[in-house]
Design a protein around this ligand. Structure first.
Ligand SMILES: [Zn+2]
Length: 400
């Protein structure tokens, strides 16, 4: 049996974030936790760039007309923070889709401009009942890696394949070995023509069949605007987490979207909604519960801590730490006037796997004494540093 620590307990022990009654379901990120968050952000930005997405940012507060157009006012009113903006009804965005649709609508693209791929690290708010809140797993304010593709119908298959063929290696790099797909079909309450649903469900099953990983079918599980594929991860305790998703929108015309065909006619494009992390915050909870305090070096908020003994060592150690940080290593220095044994114990408690001690003898030889549970080895800094830099680089596969 694995020992298992709830991500909220870990957050306390590792000093990552906290919650307060004054802002239920919203995170107070501490510097160490924010460092982990920023790593995910960096990964999603670089991956999106490689997949030819352009990053955008759209308004946080939008008036009622937008939410009526998207269907959220009718289907999701209870889940939104609605308020009066002057005399006008408005709501804080629970998703970024309408904002992205407005961007594309203004462009009125020609067929040659398609596919258009845009994404946003979208800060969204959802009015969850306080009883449903559960650490980072269920929040009222969180960030979606929200991507939308606008394309011609015949391009949809390639877009789905691009997304779905890359997801398993991506999650495996974070330590989630078992990945499965679920296809969610038309729900009872839905928008759009039956023929459009037939087409969309057909395209999704065809692509999933072609991938050859197998998939389950969830009748009635789709969104009101289209069927979707959900990517479900298993953690080391065997718990399943629905994570990435891609949806094929069958009613993009509700956003007034059009593109100009080769013959000059105007048609609605196909709209795909995709997210790899889903919620960055929730993904961090999953990663914490999967790895405990021992995060992979490239995700760790503190990959190495250098402990100097004496003022001369302190100067050298600060320079080494700065060099390591320049190379992308989360390196910290603990030069407090605490006993060495106490500083080592605290570092191990914080889950730091590399604890490097530098006393006068090591300093003179350009060495560090590397402390592990009950053992130590003395090695040249010049030899250890490149090894650590390498381990702090995210695996190439996360960038796609
Ligand atoms: Zn969307």
């Amino acid at each position: 049996m694995f020992d298992h620590e709830d991500h909220r307990e870990l957050a306390k022990r590792l000093d990552l974030f906290h919650f307060e009654e004054v802002a239920p379901g919203m995170v107070f990120w501490h510097p160490r936790g924010w460092a982990v968050y920023r790593r995910l952000e960096e990964i999603v930005r670089r991956r999106s760039q490689r997949e030819l997405f352009e990053e955008v940012r759209t308004p946080q507060l939008l008036r009622r007309a937008v939410w009526e157009e998207s269907g959220h006012w009718q289907h999701f009113k209870e889940g939104m923070f609605a308020l009066l903006d002057g005399a006008e009804d408005a709501a804080v965005k629970p998703v970024s889709c309408p904002g992205h649709a407005h961007l594309v609508r203004r462009r009125a693209p020609g067929y040659r401009a398609l596919p258009i791929r845009i994404f946003e690290l979208g800060l969204v708010h959802r009015d969850e009942p306080s009883g449903a809140l559960q650490g980072l797993l269920r929040l009222r304010q969180f960030t979606q890696d929200d991507g939308h593709v606008f394309c011609r119908p015949e391009q949809a298959e390639a877009e789905l394949l691009r997304f779905l063929s890359g997801v398993a290696p991506f999650y495996q790099a974070f330590g989630f070995e078992k990945v499965r797909f679920a296809l969610s079909l038309r729900p009872e309450s839905r928008a759009g023509a039956e023929a459009a649903w037939d087409w969309a469900e057909g395209v999704l099953s065809k692509v999933l069949d072609g991938l050859g990983h197998g998939f389950s079918v969830q009748p009635g599980g789709g969104a009101f605007y289209g069927p979707k594929v959900e990517v479900v991860l298993s953690d080391r305790l065997g718990r399943e987490w629905q994570c990435g998703t891609i949806q094929l929108d069958v009613v993009p015309e509700r956003f007034g979207l059009e593109y100009v065909e080769a013959d000059g006619s105007r048609k609605p494009p196909v709209m795909l909604h995709q997210a790899l992390f889903g919620s960055l915050e929730r993904f961090i909870a999953m990663v914490l519960e999967q790895h405990g305090a021992r995060l992979p070096a490239w995700l760790s908020p503190e990959a190495v801590v250098l402990l100097p003994i004496g003022p001369e060592a302190a100067g050298q150690v600060s320079r080494w730490a700065a060099d390591l940080r320049d190379q992308g290593v989360a390196a910290a220095v603990d030069a407090r006037e605490e006993s060495l044994s106490r500083r080592i114990a605290e570092a191990h408690d914080r889950g730091v796997s590399e604890v490097w001690v530098v006393g006068p003898a090591e300093l003179a030889a350009g060495m560090v004494s590397r402390r592990r549970a009950g053992a130590s080895e003395v090695r040249p800094f010049a030899e250890l540093a490149p090894e650590l830099i390498e381990r702090c680089r995210p695996p190439a596969v996360v960038y796609g």
